[in-house]
Design a protein around this ligand. Structure first.
Ligand code: GSH
Length: 218
């Protein structure tokens, strides 16, 4: 099985999947889709994902037509089931449910509310857009921080959202932190999240999948 990933360098949902592919030791072909020129809304991309978003994973299997998968969490779950090593949903059922809960706080309750196409409908005024984005990002990260606080007893710095290894929750959290910083929010407002962010940025797979690695060269 081989993969092509249609993505945008600065898209947080794309970073989640790039990072998952790196954890699972897969080496896809990366195909950029430029969100600044609305390439994701052009017929070629809508044929891959009718909702017009990145990321999209093209799954290439011998003697099968290509399959296009969208929705980053569905893609991560597919990779998890296909390549169980280095599990991203680890632990007992309750821990795995916590991982999914944290993923959805980012994926459903935070990121969609400041997706550029949503915010464009709200306002053309930069100050108003920033205020809107900050409101929803703070709301999501505050909830996430509260859940971390209740789950963590140790005084040591927190490295991961759940358990002792990187999980899908971290794959959602760290790119969301990157979006928070782009929206002029200081992570010092969320001390445990900030610790996880700082620690995960030292991990090889996180670094290798980070936006700056995929930033188009001028
Ligand atoms: N729930 C989707 C969200 C995908 C999404 O929102 N992608 C954004 C970039 S992070 C996008 O393609 N936006 C296009 C636009 O705003 O026009 C997922 O997890 O894959």
């Amino acid at each position: 099985m081989k993969f092509r990933l249609f993505h945008y360098w600065r898209s947080s949902s794309s970073w989640r999947v790039r990072w998952a592919l790196a954890v699972k030791k897969q080496n896809p072909e990366f195909i950029p889709v430029n969100l600044l020129t609305d390439e994701s809304d052009q017929p070629a991309h809508l044929a891959r994902n009718p909702v017009g978003y990145v990321p999209v994973l093209e799954v290439l299997r011998a003697e099968h037509p290509s399959t296009f998968l969208s929705e980053s969490i569905a893609i991560i779950e597919f990779l998890e089931e296909s390549f169980p090593q280095n599990p991203l949903f680890s632990g007992d059922p309750l821990q795995r449910a916590r991982i999914r809960q944290l993923c959805q706080i980012i994926n459903s309750d935070t990121q969609p509310l400041h997706n550029p196409n949503v915010v464009e409908k709200l306002s053309q005024e930069p100050g108003q857009k920033l205020e809107w984005n900050q409101f929803w990002i703070r709301r999501g990260l505050s909830a996430y921080e509260t859940l971390l606080t209740s789950a963590t007893k140790a005084p040591a710095p927190v490295k991961f959202s759940v358990g002792d290894t990187v999980t899908a929750a971290d794959l959602c959290l760290i790119p969301q932190c990157y979006s928070a910083i782009r929206n002029e929010i200081s992570l010092s407002e969320f001390p445990k999240i900030e610790q996880i962010y700082q620690y995960c940025l030292t991990l090889d797979e996180c670094k290798a999948s980070a936006p700056d690695i995929f930033k188009p060269k001028p």
